[in-house]
Structures are given as C-alpha cells and as structure tokens.
Write a protein that binds this ligand. Sequence first.
Ligand code: F0G
Length: 460
Amino acid sequence: MTTPMSHPLPANAVFLPAGVTGLPDGAVQSVQRCAACGQLLSPLDAAPDCPTCGGLLEIIHRAPVDEFDAPLSANAIKHRFSQHCCALPMGHASGVWRFESIVMPGAGDAIVSHPEGNTPLLSRPAISRYTGCDGLLIKHEGHNPTGSFKDRGMTVGTTQAVRIGASAVACASTGNTSAALASYAAQAGIPGLVFVPAGKIALGKLAQTLSYGARTLLVKGDFDECLRLVQQAARELGIYLLNSINPWRIEGQKTIVFELLQQLGWNAPDFIVLPAGNLGNTAAFGKALREAKELGLITKVPRLVSVQAAGAAPFARAFREDFATRYTVQAETIATAIRIGDPASWDRAVRAIRETDGVVISATDDEIIDAKVTIDGAGVGCEPASAASVAGVRQLVREGIIRASDTVVAVLTGHVLKDPGMLVELHQRADYARANRPIEIEATVSAVEGVLRATRGSAS
Ligand code: F0G
C-alpha cells in the first residue's frame, strides 16, 4: 500500500506541529517523511524507502500529550517514563516500550517484546584507567536478549511487521541483526529470511540465527552486496525489509540514548561514544538527542563520537573533509560486525554528527583488540566491534578532545560470546603478549600446584 502525499511540513520539524492538517491517512500520532524530498507517507505504509525519490524515510511523531490532548511538560514526560519502569503489563517495562509515546505510539496489542533494553550503565576503574577518562561509563547493550543492541530496533520493526500484516521479513546482516530478526520473527510467527556474507560472520551470531529458525542465506559477497540484494528482493518479492534503513528500527534504537539519559537523571553526559558501521545507530542517537532537546528533557546536547574500524572507515575519512564527499571502501577488519564499506544511513548520520558537534574517528584492528582485551579482562566482556568505542575514548583523551574529568558514556554494542572463534584463536597465540593461554595438565594435584605457583609468581 503506497499512499504518497506531499505536505509542507517544515523541514526542521522535530515533532508534528499542533493542528497540522492534510496528513496521509492514519497519520494521527506519527507520519513517515522522506528526509530527502519531504514526501509524507502513512505510518502503515510498508515502502522500504521513498517511492518518489528513493530517499530514506524518518518517523515524525506528535509530541506526547495528556488524556485531554494537552502537550505534556518535560517533567510530566519524565514522570511517565519512570512510572513505566515498573509497569504492568510487562510490555511497558521494556527498555524500549516504556518510551512508546516517542517510539511507536499506539502500538498496543501488536507489540512483539522479549522484553529488551534495561541494560546496565557500568563504571569500571580498570577501563577508566585504560582510557584516561575518570568519568567513563559503559552502557552495555550486550545485555539484551539476543546479546546486542539490535533487539531494540527489532522489537519495533517486528511490531510494525505485525501491524502491516507482513507475510515475511528479511534483512542483510553482519550477524547481529540476523540473530535479532530470527528471534523476534519466531516470536511473531512470521517467516524470516537473512542474507549474510558467507564466511564473514561470527560463530555465535550464525549459531543464533540458525537456532531461532530463520532461513539463512550465505551470500557469496560482502555485507554491502547482501544489502543491495535484500533491498532488491524486498522490492520485487514484497518481503518486509528490517534493515536499519527501516525507520522503525531507528525509533527503537533511539531508546539506548533515552534510557542512558534516564539512568543519569536526565543530566546529559559530555560525550556519547559508539562503534559505527552502517551508521543506523549514529543516526538513531542523533534523532534521540534532537527529540530529547526539543522536549526539554535535556538542556545540553552531548557530543556524539562515532568510531569506525580503520579498514572500514569511509565516514571517518569524509568527516575530516567536512563531509564534502561520500566515500565507499572495500571493507576489511577483524571487527566483522562493522565490516561495511558503503554505509546506508550516511546522510542521517552526517546530520547527527553536525547537530551534536560530533566527531568521527577510526581505530586500527590492533587498537580494537587491545581495548577488547582490557574490557574482557575487567570482567565486562564485549564483541570486537564494541571495543571500538573504548579504543575511541582512549584516542580522544590522548588528543585532548576528551578531558579526564568529562562524563563519557561508551556504548558496548554486543556480548563477548558473539565471537568465540576470534577469542579462542587470540588466546592461543604464542606471539600475543596479553594472551591467556589455556594450560593442558595431567590430572594430578601436583600439576595444579605447579600452575598455581607459576601464577602467583607472575602476579608478584
Ligand atoms: N556494533 C555491533 C556489535 C554491530 O553489530 C553493529 C552493526 C554496529 C556496532 C554498528 O552499528 O551499523 O548502526 O553503525 N551491525 C549490523 C548487523 C550491520 O548486521 O548486525 P551501525
């Protein structure tokens, strides 16, 4: 169903202005708008992108109102969010659905929730010391049900699939999106199809996707080719696309920011640092901050820092040239989750970086591994791509952009068990100084004693 209709919604409208008329059918609480040409679509339109110009769609909501239809004050909105933290039925206590009014208002019975979110904000002296930033906090998205932040977007994307009656859902993925899609599609009872680059996704993610029952296509090509293929397949075969170009995915991922702001008592940090690949999350964070500022939930806007892997860093390169050129690269990095050379959410992410006085940098594979071994060794653990955020904080402290006293939230995007293959290999390497090599012993107490003596010796 495509019901395009133009409307002079101001290009800078963060929420639907009061009294606006002439919106597409069904656009009472939200509307889809093409970020490129301004085309408006019904919130129940399944088009993967703008039917007029092919631009990416974004969701514009009405600002939250009370039962008399009057706009809520910032304090009333905060109060509503905290009440939902312990709400019944369980749906609203989800770290995504307690923000329903600014994510997908009126989703009601269609909601497909695990629940998800409610991830911890950690402070770990060993990681703070490593980065040189005393005020470092870790938002650990690996604590989501399928072990990555993708669950936040997928609960909303799958709910939309239910609302529009999708017959099948699909995505291209470096692994985490596919695991999340497989899980949520199974819960919704909708067939799921995932396109992943053959031989280039981490073992844990492949195992999850197979277990949850999605049809898993190992494509002979990289992620960028998988994405082109799934977009074409969605268009020609009528499958509902659940990549992060889907604007509802972005709405779900915004809640990482709303939740961390809520955890900080709505005192915005100085920086929010995250790993970046396809740039959906960078775009989502920018949108969340724009909305939080507009609603008066925060007074100061944190600076966003997107960190790419050096072998997959077209966005970081463009940032250094004030985004004059949109680059693509042949991506290569050990951080397979962000092995992406042609990021889809480019324009949205440029806006996020510009609006937040943000920074885009890259970290080499060695820097990513070093940060990861530190995070793992602190007992926190994360997958390789996630460690790019901590590597990025360390780099910016050294460059004097982040000060030791700044409040910085670094997002860890995925769980340590996502990539066991890389870890087992790393810790068996004879040439890696920080390897925690497993020790084979005879089944005797004296052998154990020998190991204990050597361990104590090396610790003293
Ligand atoms: N960290 C992890 C663990 C990821 O899985 C991804 C993306 C990112 C960071 C980057 O986020 O793409 O929004 O900039 N993974 C996608 C996937 C591409 O298919 O799972 P982004």
